[in-house]
Design a protein around this ligand. Sequence first.
Ligand SMILES: Nc1ncnc2c1ncn2[C@@H]1O[C@H](COP(=O)(O)OP(=O)(O)OP(=O)(O)O)[C@@H](O)[C@H]1O
Ligand SMILES: [Mg+2]
Length: 249
Amino acid sequence: MITISITNQKGGEGKTTTSINLAEGLARRGKKTILLDMDPQSNSTSIYTNTNLDQNMFHIFHAKAKLSQIILQTGKPNLFVAPASSRLAEMEAVSANNVEAPFILRDSMEDLDGFDFCIIDCPPSLSIFTINALVASNYVLIPLQAEKFSVDGIVGLQQTITSIKKRINPQLQILGALITQLKPHTLLTKTIIPILTKYFKVFDQSISDGVAIGESHLAKCSIYDYNKKCRQSKEYEEFVEEFLHELKK
Ligand SMILES: Nc1ncnc2c1ncn2[C@@H]1O[C@H](COP(=O)(O)OP(=O)(O)OP(=O)(O)O)[C@@H](O)[C@H]1O
Ligand SMILES: [Mg+2]
């Protein structure tokens, strides 16, 4: 199984939107995929299921449950969800004094079998949950907007990734950055994308700004099911292809 953290400690950069549409895009291509919700806000969970289920990510952190015990089938072929709940937030302080805390998620994945991908939707912080995700991952994908404040946060994120790679998870790699909510041809875009490429690969495909994304969340579905002809649907399809191509390199 290839595990990918969708990470950016800044809020509202498109982590959840990208997690949903990447996971569903992979499942549609026949890849058996888990969408793992590591965020107490439970936004990706809410697209596929109820957010107050008895078994959820809280039980992984609270009771050392196994991921195989909490994952659910969604209505979509090949797509499974590891649901979050708001109670997950309680575990943040508890985990702070526990030396095993960074490894809880990785340990919970040990008995999983037969999955191709696990896509982890991270919270907007460099909390113990993001650290768990990075420790358990092969790759990091960073969604971000072409905005100054978005780029300002990148250095902190990169330091965290470097430190986890050095101390705990040497195989961790930054796969690249995906520009979201893009307003094409603005001066901002022309200035910021060249700055980002100094830090890491920026995917050729970006996702433009459009109301269809917010509407798809309201309709509780992926962008493909909401409107497969809309611009963002085609862009996410192309991104999934580029993502798979990048993994083969
Ligand atoms: N391409 C897009 N076009 C327009 N709106 C978008 C696009 N992508 C995301 N959004 C909107 O931006 C907001 C933030 O997106 P999303 O929830 O995916 O970000 P996030 O990084 O997961 O946020 P958080 O840090 O709170 O978890 C949402 O309201 C979403 O509908
Ligand atoms: Mg989110």
